[in-house]
Design a protein around this ligand. Sequence first.
Ligand code: SF4
Length: 269
Amino acid sequence: MSFVPPGSGRPGDPATADTPVAHDRAEVAELAGDAGTTGELAARESVCRACPRLVAWREEVARVRRRAFADEVYWGRPVPGWGADEPRVLIVGLAPAAHGGNRTGRIFTGDRSGDWLFASLYRTGLAVQPTSVRVDDGQRLNATRMMAVVRCAPPANKPTPEERDTCRPWLDRELELAGPGVRAIVALGGFAWQAVWPALREAGYGLPAVRPKFGHGAEAEIAYDGAPVHLIGCYHPSQQNTFTGRVTERMLDDVFARAAALARVSVRE
Ligand code: SF4
């Protein structure tokens, strides 16, 4: 089998062999809508098969593998949201990487973007370790949860609009379940900035009529249940952006330090 079977005992697998599987958009909406906890939601996300192109791609990547990881069993399934159950900071990315999250089963774990991201989260107190390489590496997030807009690795890192919309109910429900404690939401890249906007509305956030333009450090003040929440833009720490200097360690630290301060996350939590 070219992916980890649900319930096989792999560390970090939230699903069992009995976890219900969504096969189309309507089933995603139904199973996301009545998931009662983040754990139940993660389990259902992790077995979803609603997008035929992405299911085929993630499993093909897991079957062929990259030479450096030829001895590993790739996750080969959707990568669910991960982190604190009652977060004060949310980090929203585009989609898992083919040989990163799609291999390890944890978002941003095991690829170069994740190396930059977790190093910054550690420096700013949002993660307990500077690296994130495997699901059983001891990494934890402080009052922070991270998720992708599209939960399966897409070819060329480009999901279609239809795939983005099919996956939306998972994001909508995760934002609802994150609860009223969220004070800062960091969108990694313009795609996440745009895609999270309607999901925030669906989850009950109060938004300005016009979405502000995306940029590094751009902020939109939104609200949840009358409390202020800041949506913060952050350039994606992709290899292209970090190689060219478009994103630096300092730039990432500025964004995550701002999020930590807004959410009053202490390094000692
Ligand atoms: S992208 Fe989302 S909706 Fe599509 S198969 Fe993956 S988890 Fe399911």
